[in-house]
Design a binder for this molecule. Structure first.
Ligand code: IPE
Ligand code: IPE
Ligand code: MG
Length: 257
């Protein structure tokens, strides 16, 4: 196929997304809502509100690309340190999100899952989450996995306690604690073969994990983008995935996989 010269100029130097090789599990640290709002002289929560619209757009884009699991870091175990009013707003967002978006999720055959210490969320938030889990439980397409009150150290502590209890009860030999066994105790165990994200994208220019998927990220590729989360969209996702595809993944060996 012949491309017109304008298009050729636009795409020059940009990695091209190969749709046959999209990663199965994409995880996103959705950062920069506050800065997006502040740069517009708006309250921080306006950024969270706009960020919710981005979640909708990016979910549909990811589903259309054939991604199997999209994990979104929505609230960390450390985010409780923020002002009460902001935390309150963030706790109401899942209610607003699921109230308006569950029919679209079902229409796209998207199944909602959640990981994190959800028992500590307010009742209304827990109910909204449960409603979305129930409404989408028969969907067989992409899994939209929200990390809500999630912290990877908390996840590892819980897994360790569960395993230690089994050992203390004499039900488990320490030698039986393998990598696979530990993976089974992580909050991503229900994702099965897709538990580990091939790529972790973080928006807003920060280059850190902030307690996200420490166990699962052992061989993840990291893609950091400068855009704030409310400015991110399906096109940004495709660009980030093209960057992922340009990487050489060797897993300690010599061959690029
Ligand atoms: C991400 O945006 C949303 C959450 C962490 C809940 P931020 O609220 O962290 O935005 P910045 O990083 O302050 O700009
Ligand atoms: C990480 O972002 C948590 C989420 C995106 C939910 P933060 O904005 O909380 O991370 P730090 O504080 O900049 O490390
Ligand atoms: Mg932030």
């Amino acid at each position: 196929m012949k491309m017109d010269s304008q298009k050729q100029v636009e795409l020059a130097g940009q990695p091209h997304l190969d749709r046959q090789r999209v990663p199965h599990h994409v995880a996103i640290i959705m950062d920069g809502n506050g800065r997006w709002a502040q740069s517009r002289h708006l309250p921080r929560v306006a950024g969270h509100q706009q960020g919710m619209q981005t979640v909708k757009k990016v979910t549909i884009a990811a589903s259309d690309l054939g991604i199997k699991v999209l994990t979104l870091y929505a609230f960390s175990t450390e985010n409780w340190k923020r002002p009460t009013a902001e935390v309150k707003f963030l706790m109401q967002l899942p209610i607003r999100f699921f109230n308006t978006f569950v029919p679209d999720l079902v229409a796209h055959n998207v199944r909602v899952m959640v990981m994190g210490d959800t028992a500590k969320l307010p009742d209304g938030t827990q109910n909204a989450v449960q409603g979305a889990l129930d409404a989408t439980k028969n969907c067989t397409g992409m899994i939209l996995n929200f990390a809500l009150n999630y912290g990877s150290r908390d996840e590892i502590v819980r897994a360790t306690q569960k395993i230690a209890k089994q050992v203390a009860a004499g039900a488990l030999a320490p030698e039986a604690i393998t990598e696979e066994f530990i993976s089974q105790e992580m909050m991503t165990a229900s994702l099965g073969q897709f538990a580990d994200p091939e790529v972790i994208i973080r928006t807003s220019g920060e280059e850190r994990l902030s307690n996200f998927m420490l166990w699962q990220a052992a061989y993840s590729e990291f893609v950091f983008v400068d855009e704030h989360w409310p400015d991110f969209d399906g096109e940004s996702l495709k660009q980030a995935l093209a960057v992922f595809q340009s990487r050489h993944r060797r897993f300690g060996g010599l061959k690029n996989k």
